[in-house]
Design a protein around this ligand. Structure first.
Ligand code: MN3
Length: 257
């Protein structure tokens, strides 16, 4: 990130959205004048790189198209799983996020905050799900086409994990061990400049604040069950074949400079 774009980034409120970690999507929606907001956030290069396709040019949440065919990852993830996962599951998170924000706007207008606990949970869950799936699609590529980590990312992985193999062993172990539905995540901390590996339960729990996901392995059963049934470990072990390192490196370099 250049110094100018960093200043723009810090001045737009996007930084505070990122500071909310996995729930970035929940904060990217522009507040309308009626809601007391100052207008739409910029549809910046940073936003497009960090959470690709989460909003359209007007700042509305949208389901981004897959950047490849449904069968492009066939060796690791089958076509039917990709179609259901993208067209149905991710779409439901987008719709849920829009609805949760609309319901919150209604609550503010009426002054009735009786459902605030449920709505706060909904906006975190669906916002987390939307952001993580936008990153998930972008961070995969057909086997053999994902390249390697950039020199800067490779150096950071070496520094923080002792090497790529060590990082991947850690990420795979974390992904396999998620309790119930969730994610194994390689993240970048804006607070420390370090890479970390975290688990997420569901779409939003167990994060650190000021943390941005660079790469996630979705270990909800909907991500692998048709091909692997209950063998999550086989899916996770195959996953590194489809990591799009060019995309992950771009995300890292936008954040880390
Ligand atoms: Mn999923």
């Amino acid at each position: 990130m250049t110094e100018q774009s960093r200043r723009e980034f810090l001045s737009t409120g996007t930084a505070s959205a990122l500071a909310a970690g996995l729930a970035i999507g929940a904060l990217a929606r522009p507040a309308t004048a009626e809601e007391g907001g100052a207008g739409h956030p910029p549809h910046s290069e940073l936003m497009r790189a960090v959470v690709p396709g989460a909003v359209d040019a007007e700042g509305n949440y949208v389901l981004p198209p897959l950047p490849y065919e449904y069968n492009a990852l066939e060796e690791v993830i089958d076509e039917r799983t990709m179609k259901l996962h993208h067209d149905k599951h991710h779409d439901a998170y987008v719709k849920g996020l829009i609805k949760a924000n609309d319901d919150l706007a209604k609550a503010r207008k009426s002054g009735d905050f009786g459902n605030i606990q449920a709505l706060s949970r909904q906006v975190a869950f669906h916002g987390g799900g939307h952001a993580l799936h936008c990153i998930f699609w972008a961070s995969m590529a057909a086997p053999g086409q994902g390249g390697e980590p950039s020199a800067k990312l490779a150096a950071a992985i070496e520094r923080d994990f002792g090497g790529l193999d060590s990082m991947l062993a850690h990420l795979k172990a974390a992904s396999k061990a998620v309790e119930g539905s969730g994610w194994g995540l390689l993240t970048y901390s804006i607070a420390s400049g370090r890479l970390n590996i975290l688990q997420a339960q569901n779409q939003q729990m167990l994060t650190q604040w000021a943390t941005v996901p660079l790469l996630g392995i979705d270990v909800w059963e909907h991500a692998y069950y048709l091909k692997y049934q209950n063998n999550r470990a086989a899916y996770v072990d195959a996953f590194p074949k489809i990591i799009n390192w060019a995309d992950v490196s771009k995300r890292f370099e936008m954040l880390a400079g």
